[in-house]
Design a protein around this ligand. Structure first.
Ligand SMILES: Nc1ncnc2c1ncn2[C@@H]1O[C@H](COP(=O)(O)OP(=O)(O)OP(=O)(O)O)[C@@H](O)[C@H]1O
Ligand SMILES: [Mg+2]
Length: 228
């Protein structure tokens, strides 16, 4: 994929119960841009993020990742470039041990064993979770689960990083490490968060979602000053 951008074009999404959670979302996050997705509980942030790697498909409108439209048939290629950290780490951890969870993506990519091992060690070190390697994920604390969930995504070496509330549960040091890690990631990033200080530090631009539409889009310091 030559261009690591995400484009939403008039995306609407109605949940099966008839609730329209996205009511016409259009934006472009260009290559290397870090964009915060802000808004109150229930605004539609997670619903929006789930469209970036085809966990949800628009009821109408289109999502593009680089020059590839996100459809059922493009999912393998889309998921290789878009790494998604879910709001709830329990949705991301399902293997018997931490190292198996982190190895899962690289193994699915059919990488050689040595490369899988390199990526697992690197990703765990990046989130400070090396010593959790042999632990069953269900025995971890909330913040430890969060760190490992982030490692599972980093191990895929995605060219676009999408994170839903990545700093919730993290203690001060883990939060600081994550902020530094994301700042050092030079690809496109989309981060839904209530952590406005992180948004200000990491993302020059923010999109404010209100009732499924983009209520504002601009420099983060201006957006966080708005009433929402
Ligand atoms: N599976 C579902 N079925 C029906 N409605 C849903 C479903 N998931 C979410 N919704 C509704 O869609 C709206 C947007 O939800 P979403 O999870 O995208 O919000 P959010 O901005 O991520 O909120 P939060 O800050 O609490 O994470 C909410 O009104 C929510 O109740
Ligand atoms: Mg959410």
């Amino acid at each position: 994929m030559s261009h690591h951008y995400i484009r939403f074009t008039d995306v609407r999404y109605t949940y099966p119960n008839g609730y329209e959670a996205l009511a016409g979302i259009s934006f472009l996050a260009t290559h290397g841009e870090k964009v915060a997705v802000l808004g109150l509980n229930g605004a539609g942030k997670s619903t929006l993020l789930l469209h970036t790697n085809g966990l949800l498909f628009p009821t109408s409108g289109e999502v593009n990742v680089g020059d590839v439209p996100v459809t059922k048939s493009t999912l393998p290629i889309v998921r290789q470039s878009v790494g998604m950290v879910f709001q709830n780490p329990d949705d991301q951890l399902f293997m018997a041990t931490v190292e198996e969870d982190v190895a899962f993506g690289p193994m699915n990519m059919k990488l050689p064993q040595a490369e899988v091992e390199r990526r697992v060690s690197k990703a765990l070190a990046m989130v400070g979770a090396t010593e959790l390697r042999k632990r069953p994920p269900f025995t971890l604390s909330g913040g430890q689960k969060r760190a490992v969930a982030i490692a599972t995504v980093l191990a895929m070496e995605p060219s676009i990083l999408v994170m839903d509330e990545p700093t919730s549960d993290l203690d001060r040091r883990a939060r600081r490490d994550l902020i530094d890690l994301v700042k050092g990631f030079d690809h496109t990033c989309l981060i839904a968060t209530h952590d406005l200080d992180m948004a200000l530090e990491v993302c020059p631009r923010a999109i404010l979602i209100r009732d499924g539409i983009i209520a504002a889009d601009g420099p983060t310091e201006e957006i966080v000053g708005l009433e929402f």
